[in-house]
Design a binder for this molecule. Structure first.
Ligand code: SAH
Length: 364
């Protein structure tokens, strides 16, 4: 007996009414679907184009016959997400959303307004199995994988909202919300191909950044895919000892292996890797840690992004003092390492990953 019908149905890409989320379908799959419904293949391209223009219903697909629209309505749903909460930062440049999935799980995503285009930070899993000590998404572990259509649903639902605010549609994606994208490899790949598809959303590879805590074999697999997306690697430490004290994954792969896999990614794609480094007071933020990090990355054309820790209730760790951050950055820079400090957007709306959702779930 299946005691969790909604969850299981969702994993198969069907909602509670047994319909398939059309956003889970690649163009090729949609062609097969439409042929099996007695339609011509080219109709799939029309449907696909409409979807990524951001329609909410099949009846808006005005170049399709009524009969086809009816068939589509019978078999598919368009997996836009139900908004549970929406918070706008005081500078009005960041909006954070909580969305309810069809099985009642909740995910969060953030959209940031930049001069070069609006960027969405989206979730790839409900929860996360990686267990980093400072990260709110780790609380409660992994609940389930998100499908490609649920990732796309975040983009298209956010687009509808920001359009009303007069913003341009999402121009870039960072896979830095809840979850570890490389721990949901197949669905993440499907999503990437779907959002890049020239007949669909047509987003350039270079507008996409995937962030990983360092699943070494999957990083190599991604390099071999030959997509020129940007790779961000959450390093957060200059050596194995410190990394293991804050990141569970560091027990599986050494920091050297993570750096080697990052070099492989650069060789294969020509894309410069970014190392993310959350500065935690007295844990990884001392001058000797900066020197050790500079040594580790010496000669590798990469980028280090320093992130002052976003403190949260699940951990007693504190953010570094401003002077430590400046000193840390200056040591890296004088060693010739390209270093920036992440602009902290949306702090007042719990911008860091997993934080809004955890706060929300506590209230209800
Ligand atoms: N699982 C992926 C992507 C999700 S997290 C990864 O680990 O890279 C996106 C980034 O936010 C990661 O660099 C993560 O380590 C960082 N992060 C998580 N919690 C944070 C916090 N409290 N303060 C600062 N950065 C945090």
């Amino acid at each position: 007996m299946n005691d969790k019908p909604n969850e299981i149905m969702n994993i198969q890409g069907r909602n509670m009414k047994g319909k398939i989320n059309v956003l889970d379908r690649s163009l090729e799959e949609l062609k097969t679907d439409l042929v099996s419904l007695g339609e011509k293949q080219y109709r799939a391209e029309q449907v696909f184009q409409w979807l990524y223009k951001g329609v909410s219903s099949f009846s808006e697909m005005t170049n399709l016959s009524k009969a086809l629209i009816q068939k589509l309505q019978n078999h598919f749903s368009i997996g836009l997400l139900a908004q549970q909460q929406r918070l706008v930062s005081s500078d009005k440049h960041t909006i954070k959303y909580l969305y309810l999935l069809s099985d009642n799980n909740i995910i969060e995503c953030v959209v940031m307004k930049y001069l070069h285009g609006n960027t969405i930070c989206l979730s790839t899993q409900v929860g996360c199995a990686m267990g980093c000590s400072f990260c709110a998404s780790a609380t409660g572990g992994l609940v389930r994988q998100l499908t490609a259509g649920e990732m796309m649903g975040q983009v298209l639902t956010v687009n509808q909202d920001i359009e009303e605010m007069g913003w341009q549609p999402v121009h870039g994606v960072v896979l830095m919300g809840s979850g570890e994208p490389l721990d949901n490899y197949a669905n993440t790949m499907k999503f990437l191909h779907q959002i890049h598809h020239p007949k669909g959303y047509n987003m350039g590879w270079r507008n996409i950044t995937l962030s990983t805590c360092g699943l070494v074999p999957k990083m190599r697999l991604l390099a071999d895919e030959g997509l020129s997306i940007n790779l961000a690697v959450s390093l957060h430490a200059p050596n194995d000892r410190i990394r293991q004290s804050i990141m569970r994954i560091a027990h599986a792969y050494s920091i050297q292996e993570v750096v080697e896999a990052s070099k492989y990614y650069f060789e294969k794609t020509g894309r410069r890797v970014t190392f993310e480094y959350a500065l935690i007071h007295h844990v990884n933020d001392m001058p000797e840690h900066a020197a050790e990090l500079a040594d580790l990355l010496k000669g590798f054309p990469c980028h280090v992004n320093l992130i002052p820790l976003n403190e949260n209730k699940h951990s007693s760790q504190k953010r570094s003092h401003d002077e430590s951050i400046k000193l840390f950055a200056s040591i890296l820079k004088s060693a010739g390492i390209n270093t920036t400090r992440r602009r902290e957007m949306g702090l007042d709306i719990q911008g860091a990953c997993g934080q809004l959702k955890t706060a929300y779930l506590k209230q209800v």
